[in-house]
Structure formats: structure tokens, C-alpha cells
Ligand binder design. Structure first.
Ligand SMILES: NC(=O)c1ccc[n+]([C@@H]2O[C@H](COP(=O)([O-])OP(=O)(O)OC[C@H]3O[C@@H](n4cnc5c(N)ncnc54)[C@H](O)[C@@H]3O)[C@@H](O)[C@H]2O)c1
Length: 427
């Protein structure tokens, strides 16, 4: 029987959203936590939530208000760390879940951070460049009281990029009276950003994907891959897989779904997106029924857009044997069960997309020491961390006969709760 969760009064019991998915994942890991399960409630309650109003003057002189959030889910192992999302569907439940997945992820790959996340409920495509800048700066000022290089360090997520991070860093620094490059990661290289950060999440997806293929006894060359989301994560992962000899047979973004049995030209598609803002209009066959994307014949499926995409409504139609979660929370727990029954292997988000936060950690370390590493050093260290984390999770999954998701949660939650127990409760 499903556990009845006590929800904070600001969430509605019938609309738990992604936070409800996260709670269910915690229920699944709890029996494996041994005596640490005594502390599990700490994972079910975000440490701190800040909701802010973000008013801006539009270019036409009118005033617009947007909802902004920053959630620090857990800081037992270090300062909060997690991206900032600009999207029209951002909600408190979503930001809480994304912050919590950061807690588990940072612990699963053993970077010394807690979990946090932020966002503004806005479609930035409806704003001018100047309006996005004003909104970013006001949001940063509003959350200024809880972020900082030793407190909570934002980074890019959906619809945010190096430019947004530069504005956030500048705004925070202006408020402090001195340049604080370590307050955000994912900055432009010229402002203390790290080589390899832009590509890091996609590269991590590729590294663990290649490891999973190896363990399945298959060859990546010629494998047919479908990718949902062609932004920072999906676009770069697609490029690396195609460079390794796999065929990207389908790509879906917010505007279109493209298919090509012979493999799409990923370089040309990335160029198209740079100029047109989406894959729509690229010279390839278009699939008109967006939902049919999930039924496409392929070997590997990479959801790299948003959460709650793979649900009981489409899970049974999926033909891929391997799913690598580039996005956070793309598979709801009920769909996990269906895919497990079908023998589909899922490399979960908390491992698969941890490459971004891993190189964010490198960026933060480089900023503190003002000493910068080469791209080769960064990629080698990233690859090693991702391979070791994947191997540990794989081994635990085999030992305990659990899914890779549950194994990754066992590793992550154990580290967080052990830290909690060692620190004890204050006061
Ligand atoms: N950027 C990072 O470093 C990072 C790190 C870890 C995890 N993630 C996760 O990866 C996912 C993608 O993030 P990103 O940074 O690539 O964002 P992005 O803004 O660069 O790209 C998002 C992509 O998703 C597509 N998309 C949006 N809505 C869609 C829909 N309804 N259907 C199909 N496609 C849709 C967009 O068109 C775009 O191609 C998110 O879940 C994010 O939390 C990102």
C-alpha cells in the first residue's frame, strides 16, 4: 500500500507534482538504509525555502511580476548547490524536487555539497534581452540573503546560460562590494568559468551511457539513439554519441520532432538551433504526433528536457532497452516499475547527469585558488569520477538486486544521513 505522506501545508495533497515522485523514491530506498533510516525524515523536508516577488519594468513601460524561488533542500555535507531554471511551469513542488535530487546527486558522486535549486516562473522567450537581464538581477538581489560562495552556489539549468550566470555574479558582487566569482558556476571562461563546464553534463551522460552499453555486452557503434531535449544536455550528449559512431535517429525539442533512420547530422542541427532557437525547420523528416516520439524504434532513449515525461501512459510503448536520464526526474515511479518489468535498464538522473555539478565543483575550486586547469585535466577528472560513481552504483545494484536508481539513492542518502548523524542536531 502506498505510504501516506505528511505534506507541508503549502503543497496540495492531490497535486504533489515532482515532489511526490521524489518522496516515493525515498520510500523505496528507506528499507535499505539500516539504522540511518531513523534520520530519513530529514530528506523529506527541505531545510529552507525562499519565495520572492520579481518585479521588472517591461520595455513598453508596464510593470510585470514573476514568482521566484530558491530552495535549499539539505546542507549536511556542504553548501547548497543547484541550478536556476527559467520556465513557465516552474512551481514550488518542482523546485523542491529538483533541490532534493541535487542533494542525492551531489552525495552519489561525492562532491562536497548539499542540494539546492532555484527558478522563476516565466517563459523567457517572451522577454527581450534587456528584460531578461533586469529580471535576473532583481531575482539575484532578492535571493542574495541566502546565496554565497560558502552558502549556496547557483548554476545554469533550463533556459539559463553563461550570460545569466555572469549577471548573477555581477549583481551579487555589486551588493557585496567586491567581486565574488565563486557565487555561481557555469560562468563565461573570461569571468572565472571553467573549461569543459559548458559540455560537462552532456559529456557525463555520454560517459555513463558508454559504461552501461559496455556492461550490457554491446557495442556503441551503430546503436540507434532517440534524444528528447536538444539544449545544453541533450545537444551535447547527442553530439558525443554520434562522434562515437552511434546514430541519432530522432530528436525532439519544445517545437518539433525530427527523425532520420540513417542518423541526423548533429553538427548541422546544432548550428540550426543556434540560428533559429529550435530544431523546427531543419531539413529532416518531421514526426507530427509529438507523443509518438516515445514509441520510436531505437536502442537507447535519452530524455534530456523536463521531468515527468515517461509515465504509465507511454512507458509500455517504449522500445529502447536502455534509458539514460539526462533530465532531472524524467521518469515517474510508476513508469519505473513498468520499465523494470519489461527489462529496460535505466541509468538514473542522479548519476547520469552529475557531470555538470562535478565540473561546477572544479570551477568553484579553481575560483577559490585563482588557479585554472587545462581542459584535458578537467575532462580526465570528470571521466574518472563518473566512471567510478557508475561502477560503485552498478556493483551495489547487483549485490542488493535493486535498480540502478535505488542503488544510487542508497549511496547518496547514506552519505547524507551519515553526515547528519555525525553532526548531530543543533542545538
Ligand atoms: N545544464 C546542466 O548543466 C544540467 C545539469 C544536470 C541536469 N540538467 C537537466 O537537464 C535537463 C535539460 O537542461 P538543459 O540545461 O539542457 O536545458 P536547455 O534549456 O539548454 O534545453 C532544454 C531543451 O529541452 C527542450 N524542451 C523543453 N520543453 C520541452 C518539451 N515539452 N518537449 C520536448 N522538449 C522540450 C527545449 O526545446 C531544449 O531543447 C533539465 O531537466 C535539467 O534540469 C541540466
Amino acid at each position: 500500500m502506498a505510504i501516506q505522506h505528511e505534506l507541508p501545508s503549502y503543497l496540495r495533497p492531490l497535486e504533489t507534482g515532482p515532489w511526490g515522485d521524489y518522496l516515493e523514491q525515498i520510500d523505496r530506498v528507506t528499507p535499505h538504509l539500516g539504522p540511518l533510516a531513523r534520520w530519513v525524515e530529514t530528506l523529506k523536508r527541505p531545510k529552507r525555502i525562499l519565495i520572492v516577488d520579481v518585479p521588472i519594468e517591461r520595455d513598453d513601460g508596464t510593470i510585470a511580476h514573476f514568482e521566484g524561488y530558491r530552495v535549499q533542500h539539505n546542507t549536511s555535507r556542504g553548501p547548497g548547490k543547484g541550478g536556476v531554471r527559467f520556465h513557465q511551469d516552474v512551481s514550488l513542488s518542482e523546485v523542491m524536487a529538483l533541490a532534493a535530487w541535487m542533494t542525492v546527486k551531489n552525495a552519489a558522486v561525492n562532491v562536497p555539497y548539499g542540494g539546492a535549486k532555484g527558478g522563476i516562473r516565466v517563459n523567457p522567450k517572451t522577454l527581450s534581452h534587456a528584460e531578461v537581464q533586469r529580471m535576473t538581477r532583481r531575482y539575484t538581489s532578492e535571493i542574495n540573503i541566502i546565496i554565497g560562495p560558502n552558502k549556496d552556489i547557483p548554476a545554469p539549468d533550463v533556459n539559463t546560460n553563461e550570460q545569466i550566470m555572469a549577471w548573477m555574479m555581477d549583481t551579487y558582487s555589486m551588493n557585496q562590494g567586491s567581486t565574488a566569482s565563486g557565487v555561481v558556476t557555469g560562468k563565461p571562461i573570461s569571468l572565472g568559468g571553467s573549461l569543459g563546464r559548458h559540455e560537462a553534463t552532456g559529456r557525463g551522460v555520454f560517459v555513463v551511457g558508454a559504461e552501461a552499453v559496455k556492461r550490457l555486452g554491446k557495442d556503441l557503434k551503430g546503436m540507434r539513439i532517440a534524444v528528447q531535449g536538444f539544449g545544453n544536455v541533450g545537444g551535447i550528449a547527442a553530439r558525443l554519441f554520434s562522434e562515437a559512431g552511434a546514430k541519432i535517429v530522432a530528436v525532439q525539442d519544445h517545437a518539433a520532432t525530427l527523425i532520420n533512420e540513417a542518423g541526423l547530422d548533429i553538427h548541422a542541427l546544432q548550428n540550426h538551433v543556434r540560428h533559429h532557437g529550435s530544431i523546427a525547420g531543419f531539413a529532416a523528416e518531421e514526426l507530427k504526433d509529438q507523443a509518438a516520439f516515445w514509441e520510436l524504434d531505437c536502442d537507447i532513449l535519452i530524455p534530456a528536457a523536463l521531468e515527468q515525461q515517461i509515465t504509465p501512459a507511454n512507458a509500455h510503448k517504449i522500445r529502447a532497452k536502455l534509458i539514460i536520464e539526462g533530465a532531472n526526474g524524467p521518469t515517474v515511479p510508476a513508469a519505473d516499475d513498468i520499465l523494470h518489468e519489461k527489462g529496460v535498464l535505466i541509468v538514473p538522473d542522479v548519476i547520469a547527469n552529475a557531470g555538470g555539478v562535478t565540473v561546477s565543483y572544479f570551477e568553484w575550486v579553481q575560483d577559490f585558488s585563482s588557479f585554472f586547469w587545462t581542459e584535458d585535466e578537467i575532462n580526465q577528472r570528470l571521466t574518472r569520477i563518473m566512471q567510478e560513481a557508475f561502477a560503485a552504483v552498478w556493483q551495489l545494484a547487483e549485490e542488493k538486486k535493486v535498480s540502478l536508481r535505488t542503488a544510487a539513492f542508497i549511496v547518496g542518502c547514506t552519505r547524507v544521513l551519515r553526515a547528519r548523524e555525525m553532526r548531530g542536531l543543533y542545538p
